[in-house]
Design a protein around this ligand. Sequence first.
Ligand code: ATP
Length: 349
Amino acid sequence: MDIRVAGVTKEFGDLAALHDVHLDVRPGELLALLGPSGSGKTTLLRTIAGLVQADRGQVLFGGLDATHLPVQKRQVGFVFQHYALFKHMSVADNIAYGLQVRERAKRPSRAEIRRRTSELLDLVQLSGYENRFPAQLSGGQRQRVALARALAVEPRVLLLDEPFGALDAKVRKDLRAWLRDIHERTGKTTVFVTHDQDEALELADRVAVLNLGRLEQVGTPDEVQDQPATPFVMTFLGQATRFAADIRDGKVLVNERGVRADARDLAAGKASLYCRPWHLRPTPAGQGNFQGIVSGTRRLGSIRRIEVSGDDGTRLEVEIPLEANLQPGEQIGLEILDGVVFPDHWTPR
Ligand code: ATP
């Protein structure tokens, strides 16, 4: 089932939590809504679910307008950050709940409910846990029950709001692989909210990056990382250093020395060049685009991260191979190998 969000705006008082958001979720894809706190991720997910009513714009499911369809009729499965399991019900009863409360004509037989519950327990790898109560489960196990419960009613789409947000780092990581696997087995169109870049990039087919209620880019993990559409996407998805640059004759210059970044579509003038650590290479002092002094070095597994204080007062971090043995106090140059250029006075659409 595909989902279309068409020009959705949602205001709370003076604050635009969502501003003219357009988003197409493809059938069967796993899409991450990624952004910092307050960027509008939850509001967008809840608008898709029907828990929030948009001020403007539409939400379509499978091409049909669902904007005014109440939440019960949207056939969405929802999992929240804080497991909303029924404490007094067993795991099996929690999973079966959505089927048990259906009106008589639509309710499957008891045998059918048992069969489906056992299938779902198997899917979320909790067979043998059916008679436990939520208090007897770990946080990760509870979220797996919550997902099984959401899937039990065979929703058209699955909406997950920071499903692993309350869990510790190790459990979160295990559950990522697990969710990816479940997604591949069910093929259910899934939208999940996260503020964790690694989680989004590792799990999702495509990532939708939100900032201050605006959708800044939608793309595959490779696209948003390698071809960021905005400076925000560039800096939010990883370590990035900004250099003041000039565009002249279709070329990028930093401190009057050329850089091999792509500037074909840019008009001449002032610009910003954003570089990942691996776009920068230390050179002997006096060479390269940037001059400074090594002010610190730190080993990060198989690479070394050095901090450079520039002669112009800027500070930046560069990742270099371990063998390059630079010491604090050393005067060096930096050659800029590549980067992403944005003209200054740039505004998002
Ligand atoms: P977080 O990661 O912190 O949950 P988020 O990206 O999910 O953040 P939202 O919860 O969608 O962000 O909130 C977007 C903005 O809308 C925030 O500034 C928030 O304070 C505001 N907001 C959300 N819901 C309401 C509400 N019911 N009433 C007033 N303001 C709200």
